[in-house]
Design a protein around this ligand. Structure first.
Ligand SMILES: [Zn+2]
Length: 173
């Protein structure tokens, strides 16, 4: 059972810099993963990157449905994202949101299938392949670990609108 840790919001430097690769697959890492699951469920998210709870390591967790509504749950350490070749890539035009920009959503086309290679918390190799929302989640979480938020991929005007709405909602409390 992990401990729920506070989510870090847009503007915090830990979200805007690349995370460090994990070198030790030890109890500390497994405790971090437990805390990440607890924090993701508490925030009602479908994915969470370690830097979203302030830890700059390349780890994400997910519990997310694919395009057929089948739930997939797991952890990927040191993920490497693989997308279909540009010529074979189909874009899903759906909307995206992020626990670190709470309450805001914006349309963001993403590849409708994606694969991530990495390791589980014990250092065993894993490959996760996803369609639909899971494909979006794998891309979104890997972006986090590279120091990018989904709003960084939006056209400038829309990004400004999303940030302004977020600031407004924070002031409103
Ligand atoms: Zn996010």
């Amino acid at each position: 059972m992990g401990e729920v840790r506070p989510i870090v919001y847009v503007g915090d430097p830990v979200l805007h810099a690349p995370c460090e690769p994990v070198k030790e697959f030890d109890d500390e890492l497994r405790a971090l993963v437990d805390d990440m699951f607890a924090s993701m469920y508490a925030a009602e998210g479908v994915g969470l990157a370690a830097n979203q709870i302030g830890v700059p390591l390349r780890v994400f967790v997910y519990d997310c449905p694919d395009e057929d509504g089948v739930r997939h749950k797991g952890v990927v350490v040191n993920p490497v994202l693989e997308l279909p070749e540009v010529g074979e890539r189909r874009l899903d035009p759906g909307a995206e949101g992020c626990l670190s920009v709470p309450g805001q959503y914006a349309p963001l086309p993403r590849a409708d299938r994606a694969k991530v290679h990495g390791f589980d918390a014990d250092g065993r190799p894993v490959t996760v392949e996803g369609t639909g929302m899971l494909a979006r989640c794998l891309q979104h979480e890997t972006d986090h670990l590279d120091g990018h938020l989904y709003i960084d991929r939006l056209p400038a005007k829309r990004r400004k609108r999303v940030l302004a709405a977020y600031e407004e909602s924070r002031k409103a409390g």
